[in-house]
Design a protein. Structure first.
Length: 241
């Protein structure tokens, strides 16, 4: 009894992972009413072509009738299609797994990056935190101070300028400030609003001139001169003691 083509197709789809050449052989045997690879009657009418019967290689011979050849070809196409679908499915699964792993790796890398940044900020904050006493001292050191008697003579008003402010390029401004503080000393240590304004304008002009020439001095000398000018301006707020 012949096996219907539909039955052959169903059989192929169920065991689609079997190599296609074996599908083709078994399908051809089934369609022609043979029990493939079984004994008792040889190949049951399937012509055996010996080794090399399928295009010169080792294997079974091609079917001998047009009907069997047609059924054989259809079975081969179905088997090949099933195998291709299987391979495509496996490839899709592998791609999905690889993509998922890549995303997981990126997430882990991002988390690690931000954790390291957070740890770094915490370390910096912990090692740069100042006590209230340290903050107070820094503020006090940065604030301008009154001039001592060696810097500004309260009786004569003579200003003892730092070495770099004795340069000839500053002499016009320093002479103006010398005269303003001498007038303060001869006025019982007090200055009026006009003199106070003139001292502020002259010290600001001297500060700007010093900044223009900053490249000519080392850092220590420059800072001493800058603080001296700030303190001299601050001194104008007070009477001589």
């Amino acid at each position: 009894m012949r096996m219907p083509v539909a039955a052959v197709v169903a059989m192929l789809l169920v065991v689609g992972a079997t190599p296609s050449w074996l599908f083709a052989q078994n399908a051809a045997f089934a369609v022609r009413g043979n029990n493939a690879f079984m004994g008792g009657g040889g190949l049951g009418g399937f012509p055996y072509g010996g080794f090399g019967g399928m295009g010169g290689g080792y294997g079974w011979g091609m079917p001998g009738t047009a009907q069997s050849a047609s059924e054989y070809g259809m079975a081969s196409m179905i088997a090949a299609s099933g195998y291709a679908n299987l391979q495509n499915s496996m490839a899709a699964q592998n791609y999905t797994a690889a993509r998922s792993q890549d995303i997981n790796n990126r997430v882990q890398w991002t988390n690690s990056y931000y954790q390291m940044r957070q740890a770094h900020r915490a370390y910096i904050a912990d090692h740069t935190r100042l006590s209230m006493d340290e903050i107070t001292k820094i503020a006090q050191d940065a604030a301008p101070k009154r001039m001592d008697a060696e810097q500004l003579d309260p009786h004569t008003g003579r200003v003892n300028w730092p070495i770099i402010l004795q340069d000839a390029k500053y002499i016009d401004i320093t002479d103006e400030l010398d005269n303003l503080y001498k007038a303060r000393a001869t006025s019982s240590g007090f200055i009026g609003a006009e003199s106070y304004r003139d001292i502020n304008k002259a010290t600001e002009k001297l500060m700007q001139s010093l900044k223009v020439n900053i490249d000519e001095y080392n850092a220590n000398d420059y800072e001493k001169a800058r603080h001296f000018i700030e303190n001299l301006r601050y001194e104008a707020k007070f009477p001589t003691s």
